[in-house]
Design a protein around this ligand. Structure first.
Ligand SMILES: C[S@@+](CC[C@H](N)C(=O)[O-])C[C@H]1O[C@@H](n2cnc3c(N)ncnc32)[C@H](O)[C@@H]1O
Length: 207
């Protein structure tokens, strides 16, 4: 199917389903393949605006007192039962704000960060890689043992190094390209399951 047709089809489906954007389908596909929500009770979503992943998180989190925190540098329209923080992911206060809301370490950290695209593929990839690394850096400080981490990452020369790095901290690491993501887009998702726990944080400076 032509790129614009596929885009329009997903946008239409998103409108019909009441999702804020077609990005919702990417997380639904991730859940279908990897069952990341199975025991999730405290969930953090980085780069959440406009909020379609937060809508999916609400649907997928079956535990009644599920705590969900969404963070974005831009405004996110309120969603009932979801804590929202307007902040850049590199704000040093952010980790403390999240932990104060969750009260305990998270069991699932998600990140769908993308920079504002500049038109230069090299610049965009470099900026997005920084966001993926920053999300990992935060996830390692927020997750409890056996928690899961999912991040978007643009394929680039450093993609393999990033995966190797993630593997130091998680027992199962996979990459995934959802059907709802354009085949020509460089975006992929890293699905990292079963965090080994804080003992391995000593290697974090290697990021
Ligand atoms: C692809 S959108 C996320 C879509 C979202 N997952 C959804 O389902 O609605 C990428 C988001 O990254 C956010 N972003 C980019 N840089 C950021 C930063 N430094 N800190 C926080 N959010 C950032 C943008 O504002 C944008 O909303």
């Amino acid at each position: 199917m032509a790129k614009w047709k596929k885009d329009e089809a997903y946008r239409k489906r998103a409108r019909e389903a009441g999702y804020r954007s077609r990005a919702a389908f990417k997380l639904l596909e991730i859940e279908e393949q990897f069952s990341i929500f199975k025991h999730a009770k405290r969930i953090v979503d980085f780069c959440s605006a406009p909020g379609s992943w937060l809508q999916v998180i609400k649907e997928c989190c079956k535990i009644p007192d599920c705590s969900i925190v969404g963070i974005d540098i831009n405004y996110i329209k309120p969603l009932s039962g979801v804590h929202l923080i307007r902040s850049s992911i590199d704000d040093p206060k952010l980790k403390f704000q999240i932990l104060e809301l969750l009260q305990k370490p998270a069991n699932l950290v998600l990140s769908d960060c993308s920079p504002k695209l500049t038109g230069s593929k090299a610049v965009d990839k470099e900026r997005q890689l920084w966001q993926a690394k920053m999300s990992l850096h935060l996830a390692l400080q927020l997750l409890e043992k056996d928690g899961h981490f999912v991040t978007k990452i643009f394929q680039s020369g450093e993609f393999r190094d990033f995966i190797t790095h993630v593997k130091q901290y998680f027992n199962v690491v996979k990459t995934f390209k959802p059907n709802s993501s354009f085949q020509r887009s460089p975006e992929m998702y890293v699905i990292a399951k079963y965090f080994q726990g804080v003992v391995n944080l000593i290697n974090q400076d290697a990021l």
